[in-house]
Design a protein around this ligand. Structure first.
Ligand SMILES: Nc1nc2c(c(=O)[nH]1)N[C@H]1C(S)=C(S)[C@@H](COP(=O)(O)O)O[C@H]1N2
Ligand SMILES: [Mo]
Length: 173
């Protein structure tokens, strides 16, 4: 029997249609706890325990990354797009501000990628984000809501994960 690993190298042929209308994602913490986050909560950051974040601080956490391209091997490039969302690093630090080494991001159609702490903590103007907005309009489910955007990936789109369903924070300790 072959078991499909969503983090293993995957096909360049993108799935064009959302696997389901449900755009919520679940963040899994190293201790086994899970937080279900709606796209609206990702915009307002109201999944964060009260008292940990002021409203202005929450607004300041929304990041826009301009000039993003979806470079699809074999079937062309689209863009430029301006994506807005929450830094993956900020999501992790808000929910598990301790020891962690990597984060797995997996879609509802079984497509995923992994980001190491060293990558996510690198200072950059073009951070990895969980995008809910495209060119200042709410990202539609068909466009990938919620979509992982990895601006540093410019050769193919294998890390630009549409329909993120699971974010798994991993601690090796
Ligand atoms: N969830 C999910 N994300 C995915 C894929 C997929 O099949 N499922 N395909 C990838 C590939 S191979 C490409 S080329 C791009 C296509 O993005 P687009 O549909 O926005 O053009 O999405 C990437 N992200
Ligand atoms: Mo692709």
């Amino acid at each position: 029997m072959t078991v499909h690993d969503p983090l293993a190298p995957h096909s360049h042929e993108p799935n064009p249609l959302p696997p389901s209308p449900d755009a919520d994602l679940t963040v899994h913490l190293p201790d086994g706890a899970a937080h279900r986050i709606t796209p609206a909560a990702l915009r307002r950051l109201d999944f964060v325990p009260t008292g940990r974040l002021s409203a202005p601080a929450a607004r300041a956490m929304q990041v826009t990354v301009p000039n993003c391209y979806i470079v699809s091997t074999g079937h062309g490039t689209s863009g430029p797009f301006s994506f807005t969302g929450l830094r993956l690093l900020d999501l992790v630090d808000l929910l598990w501000p301790c020891d962690w080494t990597q984060v797995e991001v997996v879609s509802a159609d079984g497509f995923g990628t992994r980001a190491l702490r060293t990558e996510l903590t690198q200072p950059t103007q073009r951070p990895v984000i969980l995008a809910h907005t495209l060119d200042r309009q709410p990202l539609s489910r068909a466009e990938g809501l919620v979509r992982l955007i990895v601006p540093s990936e410019t050769d193919d789109a294998l890390r630009q994960v549409k329909w993120v369903a699971h974010v798994r924070i991993i601690s090796d300790t």
